[in-house]
Design a protein around this ligand. Structure first.
Ligand SMILES: Cc1ncc(C[n+]2csc(CCOP(=O)(O)OP(=O)(O)O)c2C)c(N)n1
Ligand SMILES: [Mg+2]
Length: 1013
């Protein structure tokens, strides 16, 4: 082997290889694929007369896995490796090799030379892979950032470790030719071993630890190597150093100021990681320089006020006044604590003199929950601005070390990062790695060496950096921004720091981390250290430094004084996503009414025809799908709608009006129940698809329908963020089965249900949750209506006044709308109403499964005609309606059970005696319409019937409201399944028996006689 390597080295021409050296610009081409490159003509014998780097590549590929190379190379390397080379093996070597070797050195010398070179190459690689494990990352110097004090045996921490490579101290001054996969040489192609090690130490084991060798793209690895290995690449001008110092002053003095003024208030200070502020500013400056003009950020509690003040530049008095306990809230809703609020600000970026918009999303305490929301909002902004490659809009996500490692939504968010309909073309993640989570030591909080390992799954490079070295931090941030610009992929900056005080300012950290906090008390402040450094270098004088400090302190003092004038807090001043044109200047809806949602017959026909056709020529669809489209066409011809057509009409008509529609979720393109088929696949041409909805009108808005990753938490958060960007879009997330929505419970509870109350921020997201008891077992039956309804805020005990447009006002006052439509037309209307309303509220729709194809669950075009609108309640229009006062029982129900009830009623011939009324909008409760029905059926027994178990479904929500409607004067009886722990049985016959039993109760007109309510 070594003979061969030496020959290869000798044959190398000039030092030009596939990669240029430092200072020669961007790498130009990638290494050849070993298998492909050597599979045919390039045998070992031929190759040795060609590029030595080619041979090296072969060799390294072979070292990784012998199967990586052609068998001729495999045999060749094996024979050389087993050297001491038997005569037979040498004979098998390529003649060119043997000839050249013979012409230069004796076999032993050549072999040793090549072996040593290979050893040095392997050593370089070892540093590139494992250097970060020994990098000096912890400012405290007590914890190993990777939680392991073990030094990998292939890193040369002592001279004797050279033996690992078969090298000796005497080799330290020998020069070695450098491989093309390193840039430590700068302009040189050879270096003494001593210098090789020194430079590797400097590149990989100093204050920056670079983790990137898992990236399976050679160009990207070379790019990173170039950025970190090039000698003396971390250089800053005096002006840059002064800016850095000024930013560090602001960051540090801001926390000091808060601590001085409000020593007993929680603020989750940044002390110990003050460098976060200059770090973010550097990322923003560098990104702005590459053309970014909008940055959307998400972050947890730590340092948030500082980011608002010194990155987003929120007025300091607005921040300080939040500490005043007497500050009154001007807005409706519950508001939120100061370290959760968001912000949106447009300003000039001083670094680049370009305009930039910065927004920090409001978020709940739930760590990392905001991640996908930020991504969705960034994606939407990119989409609406036509920024297809993310060159204008980007996102930055900040994390705590414990949360980044522990929260699953981080993983879910990373997995969206490369998906076409979800990518934001690279997010810069910044981890405030203070090596502690509340009181928990990282050694018991994670199993991975670094808290950032989750990023490895998407091949994102990870730059660990000692936060007490501000220049190293700046450099890393600059590289991260350049990385994003070059490759549009995620990147992680791990700011290894410490937390100077407790988790919050009231906490005593030494209860649990005594030694760490002893060390922290001894730890010098980064601002002082950096100021001393710059003063020492002559970059600033002590006086200049002190003046800069005094200047910022004065700014804080002045803001503090004026903050005392603020008596009222306007949460709307903290909006992260304002919709200025949608609301009045005061942030109110422009009207309090909603136009009818009906449609022109022509529009219905046009949409219907497109929905049943294949708008592209020569496009072969599956025969089964042809049948489905034919039956759709039949329905359209007859002026009828099934569920899929109802949805088509809603989406299509909104697209016509320029409203973007986006439907996302698992398998939504076809539809879990194979009813939708919004994406047609050519059966003959791979990946050829057709989305008929995008072929409706030439000037229509675009329709996005996208199958998502198998995530609920991440994807629902993403769509919520998408819906935040603009009020002029219908954004829908569909659960595979409604049952799975609870894995996204945090998004539902923390954002959808309560977001407006906390952050005065409207959101019109639509949740489609397939729901219905159809014998499919406990996990495919219930979207848990009870949980949504429990969080609805309409007062059960208060009978509202019906002034003005009651329907719209009631919607305006609620926190979300919960519906269960029983007809395709009503489904279409409610979707259209969602956009025609003058405000935005989340809409939860329990969608059907068996009704998708149920012959009775059809509507006619007339139900969608001009002038028609969503029916919150559908009265009985059958025989019982002729003399409602004669009806003996009035059953209220919602959703699919209506069809079971009507069938049973017919069978029992009770159509005159029993009226069945459908509640289509469950919340807010249509008090007005329910009362009209109750009054109309004056002598009827009132029954609520549901197919769900008694402790689930709608019963607990509707019951007190019915009681309010009837003023407690008439009983309201329950018919449905008994209470249960699981939402549905797994046994088919039990399911049917339950159904039979409650159907019997529903029509047993004696069932409640003599019973007390
Ligand atoms: C999902 C969630 N679980 C638990 C908490 C309670 N909690 C608040 S801060 C914190 C520790 C966070 O540690 P880390 O992520 O390292 O951030 P740090 O406070 O150290 O900056 C915990 C457990 C929370 N806010 N959110
Ligand atoms: Mg932490």
């Amino acid at each position: 082997m070594s003979q061969f390597r030496a020959l290869a080295g000798m044959l190398r021409v000039g030092g030009g290889g596939p990669w240029r050296r430092a200072g020669q610009g961007t790498p130009a081409r990638c290494k050849p694929h070993p298998r492909r490159a050597c599979s045919s003509e390039a045998t070992p014998a031929q190759a040795v007369t060609g590029s030595s780097s080619y041979v090296e590549d072969m060799y390294f590929a072979w070292l990784e896995d012998h199967n990586n190379v052609h068998e001729s190379w495999d045999g060749f390397f094996r024979s050389i490796q087993s050297s001491g080379a038997s005569g037979e093996e040498v004979q098998r070597r390529p003649p060119a090799l043997v000839r050249s070797r013979a012409a230069s050195h004796s076999p032993d010398v050549t072999q040793k030379m090549v072996e040593d070179h290979l050893a040095v190459h392997t050593l370089i690689r070892a540093y590139q892979i494992r250097g970060h494990h020994v990098a000096q990352l912890d400012p405290l110097g007590i914890l190993d950032a990777d939680l392991d004090s073990f030094v990998p045996s292939d890193l040369i921490t002592t001279i004797d470790k050279l033996g690992f490579y078969g090298l000796h101290e005497s080799d330290l001054d020998r020069r070695f030719r450098l491989p093309h996969t390193t840039f430590i040489g700068g302009g040189e192609t050879t270096l003494p071993l001593r210098e090789v090690i020194r430079r590797l130490e400097a590149s990989y084991c100093g204050h920056v630890g670079v983790e990137f060798m898992f990236i399976n793209n050679v160009e990207q690895c070379q790019w990173i190597r170039h950025k970190f290995e090039t000698p003396a690449i971390m250089r800053f001008t005096s002006a840059e150093k002064r800016t850095l110092l000024a930013r560090l002053i602001r960051s540090t003095r801001f926390e000091d100021f808060l601590a001085r003024k409000w020593s007993s208030e929680k603020r989750f200070g940044l002390e110990g990681c003050e460098v976060l502020i200059p770090a973010l500013k550097t990322i923003i400056d560098s990104s702005s320089a590459t053309g970014i003009d909008s940055v959307i950020m998400g972050m947890p509690h730590r340092g948030r006020l500082n980011v608002l003040a010194n990155v987003i530049r929120k007025d300091l008095n607005q921040i300080f006044c939040q500490f005043d306990p007497k500050l009154e809230a001007a807005d409706e809703g519950s508001g939120d604590v100061k370290y959760h609020l968001g912000m949106y600000h447009e300003r000039i970026n001083r670094g680049t003199e370009k305009n930039i918009t910065l927004s920090l999303m409001a978020n709940p305490s739930h760590l990392e929950a905001v991640d996908p929301v930020v991504q969705g909002k960034a994606k939407a902004e990119q989409f609406y601005r036509g920024d297809a490659l993310g060159k204008k809009v980007m996102s930055i996500l900040m994390h705590g070390d414990a949360a980044f490692a522990g929260q699953g939504v981080v993983y879910e968010t990373f997995h969206l990062s490369e998906l076409p309909s979800y990518t934001t073309h690279g997010t810069i993640h910044v981890v405030v790695n203070n090596q502690i989570g509340f009181t928990t030591d990282p050694r018991v909080a994670r199993s991975s060496p670094h808290p950032t390992d989750v990023a490895r799954v998407v091949n994102a490079p990870i730059f660990h950096v000692n936060a007490d070295d501000p220049e190293a931090v700046m450099y890393v941030c600059r590289v991260a921004a350049e990385w994003r610009n070059a490759f549009n992929k995620d990147v992680v900056i791990d700011l290894v720091c410490y937390r100077r005080f407790g988790h919050n300012e009231m906490d005593e950290p030494s209860f649990t981390q005594p030694l760490m906090y002893k060390q922290i008390r001894r730890q010098g402040h980064v601002l002082k250290k950096y100021a001393d450094k710059l003063i020492g270098e002559g970059v600033v004088t002590l006086q200049e430094f002190q003046e800069e400090v005094a200047k910022y302190d004065k700014i804080c003092e002045e803001a503090y004084t004026s903050s005392k004038d603020e008596k009222i807090s306007h949460i709307r001043h903290w909006l992260d996503s304002p919709w200025p044109e949608f609301f009045t200047a005061e942030g109110e809806p422009k009207t309090m009414s909603c136009p009818p949602t009906g449609l022109d017959e022509e529009v219905l026909q046009h949409i219907g025809q497109t929905a049943s056709s294949v708008p592209l020529e020569d496009f072969t669809i599956h025969p089964g799908l042809s049948r489905i489209l034919r039956s759709r066409a039949d329905l359209v011809r007859k002026g009828q709608l099934d569920w899929a057509l109802g949805e088509y009409m809603a989406f299509g008509s909104l697209l016509k009006d320029g409203v973007h529609v986006r439907l996302s979720g698992q398998d939504v393109e076809r539809g879990t129940f194979s009813h939708r088929h919004h994406v047609l696949h050519d059966q003959e041409v791979d990946k050829r698809i057709c989305v008929p909805m995008n072929h409706l009108w030439a000037d229509q808005a675009p329709y996005t329908v996208c199958n998502s990753s198998l995530s609920e938490y991440g994807v629902l958060g993403f769509e919520l963020g998408f819906a935040m960007a603009s009020p002029d879009a219908l954004v829908l997330w569909e659960a595979q089965f409604g049952d799975f929505n609870n894995t996204a419970q945090c998004i539902i509870d923390q954002f959808i249900s309560s977001g407006q109350a906390k952050w005065v921020r409207h959101n019109g997201i639509v949740l489609l949750l397939p729901h219905g008891m159809e014998g499919m077992g406990p996990e495919h039956s219930s979207a848990r209506p009870e949980r949504f309804l429990q969080m609805s805020i309409d007062d059960p005990d208060h009978f509202p006044a019906f002034a003005g447009d009651f329907e719209v006002r009631q919607l305006y006052e609620c926190n979300w709308i919960v519906v269960n439509c029983s007809t395709p037309a009503n489904y279409c209307h409610v979707l259209r109403r969602q956009i025609l309303l003058p405000f935005r509220k989340p809409l939860i729709i329990f969608t059907p499964k068996s009704l998708l194809r149920h012959p009775d669950a059809r509507s006619s075009f007339d139900d969608l005609a001009i002038g028609t609108k969503f029916k919150r309640l559908i009265p009985d229009e059958g025989p019982s309606s002729q003399s409602p006062d004669q009806a003996r029982r009035l059953i209220f129900c919602t959703g699919k059970v209506y069809y079971e009830l009507t069938k049973e009623r017919k069978q029992q011939n009770l159509e005159k005696d029993v009226a069945i009324v459908r509640l289509e909008q469950i919340s807010p409760f249509p008090f007005d319409l329910v009362r009209a029905e109750v009054e109309k059926h004056k002598s009827a027994e009132l029954v609520w019937c549901q197919e769900e178990h008694k402790n689930m479904g709608y019963y607990d929500y509707v019951r007190p409201r019915f009681i309010t409607v009837v003023a407690n004067e008439r009983p309201v009886w329950y018919v449905g399944r008994d209470p249960a722990a699981a939402p549905a049985t797994g046994n088919k016959s039990t399911h049917l028996n339950e159904l039979k039993r409650f159907m019997h109760a529903a029509f047993n007109l004696c069932a409640f006689q003599g019973r007390k309510a």
